[in-house]
Structure formats: structure tokens, C-alpha cells
Design a protein. Structure first.
Length: 131
């Protein structure tokens, strides 16, 4: 059975770009972060994605990526550096009490973020039965 998405192809592409960021598939390509943000803004402009959801998804993606010790340190740092844009957008979008509460939780998460050092390549290979 073939997988069929209920989303538009543009939205699928945006989620795919997010997957590439989250897994650091191109850790030496910082423009991927700019492309992801630009695609998200375009989806918002075309009414395919709400601005709150786009900014919230982006911020969570960047914070989750920054906390992943299995990823290269420079990629994690870059993701953390780009988190400001989403947080700034959310601050201006938070209209309801629920959104304000969500924004406060995100601010607290960012303020208390504890980053572990990235794993070394030898640590990544530990426990690998194929070596």
C-alpha cells in the first residue's frame, strides 16, 4: 500500500526540510535553516499553515535539535542561534491566554536549556554490532 499524504506537496516539502534539520542530514549547510523559515513563511502567506503553528513548530524543531547530543556541535549551536526568530514571531502572535501560557513555557524552556556536549564519533559507534 502506497503512502498518501493528506497535506499539500508544499507542506510535505516543508516537513521534509524540518526532518533534514532535525537529523542534521546536511550539517555543513546553514542555508537550510533560512530555507526552512522562508518556506514556512510562504506557506503562511498562501494560507496552508497558520503563523502560530509555523513559528511554534519551527521553535520546537530548533530547540529539540540543539539538545540532541548525537548531532554535531556546530549544527546544534546554529539551530539555537536561529531560535530567536521563531520566539520573536510567537511573542507578536500570542493573543489568547492559552498562547501566552505556551509562550511562557517556551521562554522557560529556552532559558533553562541544558546542552550536553556532542558525542564523539567513537561514542556514536559504541554498541554498534556491525563493526
Amino acid at each position: 500500500m502506497a503512502f498518501r499524504s493528506r497535506n499539500s506537496p508544499c507542506l510535505d516539502c516543508w516537513f521534509w526540510q524540518g526532518f533534514r534539520i532535525r537529523c542534521a542530514l546536511l550539517p555543513d549547510e546553514p542555508r537550510l535553516l533560512e530555507l526552512y523559515w522562508a518556506q514556512g513563511r510562504e506557506l503562511v502567506e498562501h494560507g496552508l499553515l497558520g503563523p502560530w503553528r509555523m513559528s511554534l513548530t519551527t521553535l520546537n524543531l530548533l530547540l529539540d535539535t540543539a539538545c540532541d547530543a548525537a548531532l554535531p556541535w556546530h549544527w546544534r549551536s546554529l539551530c539555537l542561534d536561529h531560535a530567536y526568530r521563531s520566539l520573536y514571531a510567537l511573542q507578536h502572535l500570542a493573543a489568547s491566554r492559552r498562547q501566552q501560557h505556551s509562550l511562557n513555557r517556551l521562554r522557560n524552556r529556552l532559558a533553562t536549556l541544558h546542552l550536553q556536549p556532542s558525542l564523539t564519533s567513537s561514542e556514536l559507534a559504541e554498541g554498534n554490532p556491525y563493526e
